[in-house]
Design a protein around this ligand. Sequence first.
Ligand code: PEP
Ligand code: MG
Length: 752
Amino acid sequence: MPVSVGAPRQLLRRLREVMAERESAQARLDKVVVLIASNMVAEVCSLYLQRRDGSFELFATEGLNPESVHNTHLKSGEGLVGLIAEQAEPMQFPDAQRHPAFSYRPETGEEIYHSFVGVPILRGGHTIGVLTVQNRTKRQYSDEEIEALQTTAMVLAETIASGGLVSEEVSAEQRRELAMRFPGLPISEGVALGHVVLHEPRIVVTRLIAEDIELERRRLAQAIEDLTGSIDSMMERGDMARAGEHREVLEAFRMFAHDHGWRRRLDEALLTGLTAEAAVQRVRNDTRARMLRMPDPHARDRLHDIDDLSNRLLRLLSGGVATAATGSLPQDAIVIARTMGPAELLDYDRQRLRGLVLEEGGAASHVAIVARALGIAALTQVKGVLEAVEPGDAAIVDAEGGELHVRPTQEVVSAYADKVRFRARRQAQYAALRTVPSVTLDGERVALHINAGLLFDLPHLDQSGAVGIGLFRTELQFMISATFPRLEQQTRLYKAILDAAGDRPVVFRSLDVGGDKVLPYFRAAKEENPAIGWRAIRMALDRPALFRTQIRALLRAAAGRELRIMLPMIADVSELKAARALVDREVTILKRHGRPEPKSLMVGAMIEVPALLWQLDRVLPLADFASVGSNDLMQFLFAADRGNMRVSERFDPLNPAGLKALKLIVEAAKKHEVPLTLCGEMAGKPLEAMTLIGLGFRSISMAPASVGPVKAMILSLDAGNLGRRIEELLECTDTSLREDLKRFAAEQGVQI
Ligand code: PEP
Ligand code: MG
């Protein structure tokens, strides 16, 4: 017998009343099943919920033997209930007992019922329970009835999760409050104990049942219109940098947002009497459940898109909530996000930030660089974490061992507390080395510099005991601004940096945007391969106004002081000449205006494009200094995108090809007597830094936190011995020297 369209709404209204009653959780559940049974004109309605061991326990029933409540359990996959749980979709059986999966439980007394329909109770696409209805007669349940049952299941899921319908213990189980461990890739060293903050706060849907369906329809239509409008205009503006979004994500959004199937499902959910928010949640759950069970890995990728889209809609419907950075943070925040741009990380209160966990992004991405600058423990590639955590969960980021612990047990917490104490002791030892000269056992002095990019990096110069700033990434100021920083703003920052550095040298690198460094306000054409596209010096030479403003700011800031300017991505000798000519022109203008000049001016080149390896004899005589950008040099040398995890870990810079390239540069710099540094991430890792010294580098620049460990390595190293060992190894090895170098360090007692 088909139910009228009004029936589910009536059911929902009654459900809301029951849930608002001040009774025990069990009493309310008992009423819920009676309500559903009578609404569906069925003899039986039962509710099963998943327990900690994975089995489904009968929690309430109308029609089956009351004694079996809390006594009947079915494993996942066992019986029709188990089957529905496993498939996560509604199923009906006109003659249930004849179905091969039927599992007879004598205690329930269900042998007299023939027809059976069940729907999963879904949360985040996972089955947390099953709701069933049975009739004596053999009958077919209509689509409308099943739809109404699904809507009811959704309302139950949300109410259970918010703790309103079952005991604390069960709702904790349903929230999956078990200790979990996830592997991840460390991108910024450290160990952090704290509490989870979701970068994009989840919207809790509390108003589930509609008072006025027409109103809900209008609200949803408006929200969808606003959303598609904002996505379309974001794409038209080429505004891909906002919130770390990429074009593909936007395109996926657009696809979903214009997808008729998706909109139809939303409409259907609304018709059953849900609010706009609840309809979005309901369709998200069903879509997730379907996608989670698809064998195709791309389907899983699309989970993110449906989540993002739903979150955006929910945010619009609830009047908009910004990222967590603007809300109140716990003292020990561990921020968890799918991806994040560098500027977004900087929005957080530094004092309260302990750790960062990302589902996606490479180790050389710019948010990783900012995390290192902030000195917070950070992991990336932590798959599935967003689904498994709740805000406020205790968490431990172990960026040494490469794992994240969520809701850790007491044993794990105390083990990590020990680890943190041990690290603090080690940090104290490094701090004690602060004023110790960095000289190897055989008397080779190695200059240790830090990489920086923002004002808050400056205290690190004193704390680390570094001799200067070997790389100041000027683009960070541009990346975190809402508009192009003006001449005055730039001048102010550069001046503050020079003031803080005092007589320690600072190497300012001219703007290196493009690649993964996108400026939110700068419209650039979409490029197939941005890392080898229009970036850095290429942009500077094609758009000299930008470059000249920056040079002008640097010249003004350095009045009466030394100024070092470094040019990124030089691939051809003429580029260095042209950029130098632009710098000289700015100096002439400065003089003409009678403004004070820098005491000295040095212009250097970054060696990070492999083409330069065969032009060293031409390019080095034109440079006042040179610095190897090993991040880019290696990515181009091995043709492996530094931001793409699939390939970036595949090639080791300690491979003979990488090391021979570096050796070539060291020898050429020596020949032309050009001061040489290396400022890529490898300089900050003790084993890699050791190798660089073995190859002849005597100056390197790294994240501030690496200075201590690298200095400890240097103090225990005999550079001469290592140089000879590397010479031998390079002659006879055709794969990474990493293991051989580790062995060398162990034999010689080098602290790595
Ligand atoms: C490099 O490429 O090694 C480098 C230091 O520059 P960036 O990481 O900013 O590209
Ligand atoms: Mg580079």
